[in-house]
Design a protein around this ligand. Structure first.
Ligand code: KG4
Ligand code: ZN
Length: 356
């Protein structure tokens, strides 16, 4: 079955053609990074306008790269939410138009279920149940996945998402946008043990996260020691409000220590969930799953615990439409219609992705 996936939930306009839920025939992602960079974050109005501009060319390119006409597509899958409502509506509108004009079935997909699905794309027969960590700019959730579409939320962030913490720390340190990938790169040159930033484990047995404290700890550290070390010359540049040479440590050490604290909590809670639910397999998804230190630590811990680990390629971790097509494939397989075109964007989705 050939599915055309369409994704426009945030700042990437994406379309992909996927066969049988795992063979990617094409995947096109048009990034809006340069548009939002001057603002240090996604500007919803600009995001929607850019989606409107590029969505048709992006879909055409996906079909062209797959060497297919629309007539060869068996179904369409589109992200319904969660995300920016104006952005979601662009993808949904185009998907409905295409479905109406061609008579092809259309399914609405939860973006987070798409992220989880990305981890199953290289493997056609995952051994359910698995524990999934979905860690992105908007979410940090641990799920127990019993089967495709049978997903239970075990833990979630109570404040900032991990990716949001990366982005906010990068913004505070004036490192540039988007922050996660810049911190990842810079941290490779730093000492992750240089500063012991706080790890929020919350109540005993809790699988929830909290990342606002560590972000504040970085800010406080830089403010405090920045002011106390005026003599310290020759440090990397880039701290907002504070001259870089006032810092007591290289920026690389600060971001490496921050990243280490975030990664440690993510890995620890994910592995705890696997042990508690006696699950033999972990999957990790979402933009932060592209983080090199997180990937390395997960590989080490999973190997130590004898757990299988599915780590999608970095380009499948960040937003893309192949994951939406793959999730749509499983929905299309389960249903035979009629196909309802009467659905709306869902900006904030209830906790359980499969609740739709
Ligand atoms: O899944 P995604 O592309 O979009 C959302 O659904 O949010 O995730 C974007 C998030 C951003 O916060 C970005 O900074 C973070 O993922 N991210 C990273 C890395 N690549 C992307 N965070 C840490 N290290 C990375 N290499
Ligand atoms: Zn995402």
């Amino acid at each position: 079955m050939i599915v055309l996936g369409i994704e426009s939930s945030c700042d990437e306009t994406a379309a992909a053609v996927v066969e049988d839920g795992h063979r990617i025939l094409s995947s096109v992602v048009s990034s809006q990074v340069t548009i939002h960079r001057p603002y240090g974050g996604v500007v919803p109005e600009l995001a929607s306008r850019q989606h409107v501009k590029v969505i048709i060319p992006v879909i055409s390119e996906a079909l062209q790269r797959a060497d297919l006409q629309m007539s060869s597509v068996d179904g369409i899958a589109v992200t319904q939410g969660p995300g920016l409502v104006g952005s979601l509506l662009v993808g949904i509108g185009v998907a409905k138009g295409l479905a109406y004009a061609t008579g092809k079935p259309l399914v609405a997909v939860n973006h987070l279920e798409g992220h989880i699905q990305a981890a199953f794309m290289q493997e056609s027969n995952p051994s359910f149940p698995v524990v999934a960590l979905v860690v992105s700019g908007g979410h940090t959730n641990i799920y127990l996945v019993e089967d495709y579409g049978n997903i239970d939320l075990l833990g979630r962030t109570r404040d900032d998402a991990a990716g949001e913490a990366f982005d906010k720390v990068a913004k505070f340190l004036n490192l540039g946008y988007p922050g996660g990938v810049i911190i990842d790169r810079l941290a490779r040159k730093g000492n992750p043990q240089a500063i012991s930033f706080p790890r929020a484990y919350l109540e005993k047995d809790s699988l929830d996260f909290s990342f606002s404290g560590i972000k504040t700890a970085v800010v406080n550290f830089v403010r405090k020691y920045g002011a106390a070390n005026q003599q310290n010359e020759g440090r990397p540049s880039g701290v907002s409000g504070i001259s870089a040479k006032e810092l007591p440590l290289p920026l690389a050490d600060i971001v490496a220590s921050f990243q280490e604290a975030v990664v440690e909590v993510l890995v620890e809670k994910t592995c705890t969930a696997a042990k508690r639910f006696k699950v033999g397999q972990l999957v990790v998804a979402g933009g932060v799953a592209a983080n090199s230190r997180l990937r390395q630590r997960l590989l080490e811990e999973a190997a130590g615990l004898g757990l299988a680990l599915n780590l999608p390629e970095p380009e499948l971790c960040t937003d893309n439409a192949a994951m939406i097509a793959a999730a749509g494939f499983h929905k299309l397989k389960q249903k035979s219609g009629p196909w309802d075109l009467n659905f709306d964007a869902i900006s904030r989705w209830p906790d359980k992705p499969a609740d739709s």
